[in-house]
Design a protein around this ligand. Structure first.
Ligand code: DX5
Ligand code: ZN
Length: 229
């Protein structure tokens, strides 16, 4: 079975109003997003702290579709069960977060979630090769993880192209995370990505009380990506 390769827009709630996550999730879904991307940061693996499984559980009832949880956490294994219990559909762990990523991916699937493997901009794809049977998604970081609103790193486009070749017909999504805009979305879509995370580029100009710009932004990114395929 080949994974659904239509373009999917996954707004990162890192760029949402932290005092209003439930309403923000409902607003971006009503405005046409496909997945909701949730960035968990621990102040250790990355130099920023966001929130944990309790917050994920609290926002879960406000999301009808896919809750895509990106764990920027080390060690990660002790927390997988808690994020699965919180209702994550996809849990991504970083290849760089520990010495036993194979075991981590097994644990994610064992907990009943889809397994995502995130790789930093400085990480090559050779280490992904022997994990392909273990993953449902590879998340290519196009910024160094830790903060929203950073500049897209163009050297990652070639990585996406080579990863798409390596994946072949396997049912694995390629997700792009960091600096996705109307300008950069076509570049990664052409290279073979199908899930586009976007924080600042989706939430800019809008709010819970004025959600129309969220929809405009989502449609513009989607149209740019689809046109590039
Ligand atoms: C970075 C996070 C991203 C980030 C993307 O560590 O994983 O999801 O929020 O934000 P933008 O789209 O603003 O680059
Ligand atoms: Zn992310």
């Amino acid at each position: 079975m080949i994974a659904d390769r239509r373009i999917k827009i996954a707004p990162s709630i890192l760029a949402a109003d932290f005092a209003n996550f439930g309403a923000e999730c409902a607003a971006i879904e009503a405005q046409g997003c496909d997945w909701v991307h949730v960035d968990v940061m621990d102040g250790h693996f990355v130099p920023n702290i966001t929130f944990g499984p309790a917050t994920c559980a609290a926002i879960r009832p406000h999301i009808k579709g896919v809750m895509d949880v990106h764990l920027m956490v080390a060690p990660v294994d002790p927390y997988i069960e808690a994020f699965a219990q919180a209702g994550a559909d996809v849990i991504s762990a970083h290849l760089e977060a520990g010495p036993h990523i194979h075991r981590t991916l097994q644990a994610i699937r064992g907990a009943g979630a889809k397994a995502g493997l995130a790789i930093n901009p400085g990480t090559g794809i050779e280490d992904v090769r022997y994990l392909l049977d273990m993953v449902d998604l590879v998340c290519v970081m196009t910024v160094n993880p830790g903060f929203g609103g950073q500049k897209f790193i163009h050297s990652q486009i070639e990585k996406v192209r080579r990863l798409r070749e390596m994946i072949g017909d396997r049912p694995i999504h390629i997700e792009i995370d960091g600096g996705v805009t109307v300008e950069t979305a076509p570049l990664v879509a052409a290279a073979g990505a199908d899930v586009l995370v976007a924080g600042s580029a989706v939430f800019k100009g809008g709010s819970v009380s004025n959600p129309g710009p969220y929809g405009d932004n989502i449609r513009a990114i989607r149209a740019a990506a689809e046109a590039a395929r």
